[in-house]
Write a protein that binds this ligand. Structure first.
Ligand SMILES: Cc1cc2nc3c(=O)[nH]c(=O)nc-3n(C[C@H](O)[C@H](O)[C@H](O)COP(=O)(O)OP(=O)(O)OC[C@H]3O[C@@H](n4cnc5c(N)ncnc54)[C@H](O)[C@@H]3O)c2cc1C
Length: 428
């Protein structure tokens, strides 16, 4: 690194949330005695990224990742499974490299309790982990019961498929089993929720499957909102690719689902009742249970944080990243969780080494596929302003309307590339 000091290098990369091979650059451990210990709860897009970057930045820090599942089954590209473009193996990834390449201790158990005063995490089999810094990235949980009749049992008949895995497989099977000429109903919650453009990408890729296999079928999206992410781009693409197959019903046209009945496959809005062959309910959400149990959430159920470090505003020494934190105006996305994971890693390494923490710049890009060769995107860049995050003017943007097919195909190619590269960045 000729002509640039170590501190300046870290400053630059930290500010940009950049991916850099820094192993060996930093000296080691916390000032004072002993090896610094970081525990990370949740090995998804936020947590795994953060664990990996901490070890890469400072191999002297002891990092333990607690993740209850053996494999990361990604929500990104799970809509492609529904559309028949990918299978479950394509979106399932192991944690092996995090331990073999980066020396992270990966424990596949549920973290059941956090003691923020003693700085301890208790695991489901009774083990206790002490930490100097804790990172909590548990993703979301569902607010069962906010839609009358929609609980975990109902989700086995009317899947949400908003956590990838068995639910994705179930919804795919239901689509395969439904008759030609059948109806698929989708229910979308108010903001904030995981992946704002996700429901509309899902409708597109279900339409892609139906158009080829059950072309007389229809999709109705019942929405608890007035507008949605990339709306004009989605609507333009739906018309072009699927004619009238997809209808969207906003809040003011009675789009909010208030009740479901899995026994007769019906759902109700305020004034209407619908019966359908396949019903996909995306319920309202809040931060994962461990964050709520530890007192890290506000009244709305999300975790307020400092945007320089992602340290909780409610409990010191605990950082919350990913979908669980109040990230406004950054949408809850895998891209954003990955970006926050890096910023948080830089902050923790700096704090443990008594280095200054710098205000970061965060980025997000959400790609969506409307068919295998039709991609659209929205990008944003954000910086800390006082206690808030604000969008950086003139940075980011939206795919243009009325673009030629070659442009959409190019964006689709970027989407596939993005998936490959983010999985590498998250899991090593
Ligand atoms: C259908 C769909 C499509 C999407 N497509 C995209 C996309 O194209 N691009 C994009 O950027 N984003 C996309 N997203 C959003 C993305 O999946 C999330 O924003 C992202 O996963 C958030 O990362 P996270 O780390 O907060 O949570 P997660 O990735 O969900 O990770 C949380 C992890 O914590 C674990 N965990 C929770 N509690 C505990 C506990 N107590 N003990 C141990 N482990 C625990 C869970 O098992 C999980 O593995 C999509 C989402 C959906 C639903």
């Amino acid at each position: 690194m000729k002509g640039i000091s170590r501190r300046r290098f870290i400053e630059l990369t930290a500010r940009l949330g950049m991916a850099v091979p820094l192993a060996g650059l930093m000296s080691g451990c916390r000032s004072g005695a002993g090896k610094a210990r970081v525990v990370v709860i949740g090995g998804g897009f936020g947590g795994a990224t953060c664990a990996r970057y901490i070890r890469q930045l400072d191999p002297a820090i002891d990092v333990t990742l607690v993740e209850r599942r053996r494999r990361l089954i990604t929500c990104p590209f799970s809509n492609l499974v529904l559309g028949g473009l990918r299978n479950m193996d394509d979106i399932s990834h192991g944690y092996e490299r995090l331990s073999s390449q980066y020396g992270i201790k990966v424990i596949h158990q549920e973290a059941v309790d956090i003691d923020p005063v003693a700085r301890r995490v208790r695991l489901q089999e009774g083990a206790v982990l002490d930490y100097d810094r804790l990172v909590v990235s548990p993703g979301i949980d569902f607010r069962w019961g906010m839609i009358e009749g929609y609980d975990e049992a109902a989700s086995r008949i009317m899947p949400h498929a908003w956590e990838a895995g068995e639910q994705t497989t179930l919804l795919r099977r239901q689509l395969e089993a439904m008759p030609d000429g059948g109806l698929v109903l989708m229910s979308v919650p108010e903001d904030p929720f995981r992946c704002p453009p996700g429901p509309y990408e899902r409708a597109s890729l279900i339409a892609y499957y139906l158009k080829r296999h059950k072309p007389r079928s229809r999709i109705i999206i019942l929405d608890a909102k007035e507008r949605f992410a990339k709306q004009d781009l989605f609507m333009e693409g739906w018309k072009r690719l699927y004619g009238d197959m997809i209808s969207w019903v906003p809040l003011t046209q009675d789009g909010k689902v208030v009740r479901v009945n899995p026994r007769d496959m019906t759902i109700a809005t305020e004034f209407e009742r619908y019966r359908a062959d396949v019903i996909n309910i995306i319920p309202p959400q809040f931060a994962g249970a461990i964050a709520r149990r530890a007192g890290l959430t506000d009244k709305q159920g999300w975790c307020p944080v400092d945007y320089g470090t992602f340290e909780s505003r409610l409990h010191p020494h605990i950082h919350v990243i990913g979908d669980a934190c109040v990230g406004d105006p950054i949408p809850k996305s895998g891209f954003a969780a990955n970006s926050q994971g890096k910023v948080c890693a830089f902050a923790i390494v700096a704090l443990l080494n008594d280095e200054p923490v710098l205000d970061p710049v965060l980025a997000n890009t959400c790609y969506s596929l409307l068919d295998p060769d039709y991609g659209i995107s929205v990008a944003g860049v954000y910086r800390k302003a006082g206690e808030n995050l604000v969008g950086v003017e003139g940075a980011g943007g939206l795919s243009p309307l009325s673009a030629p097919a070659s442009f959409r195909a190019q964006e689709a190619a970027y989407t596939y590339e993005w998936y490959t590269s983010i999985i590498k960045d998250v899991l090593g």
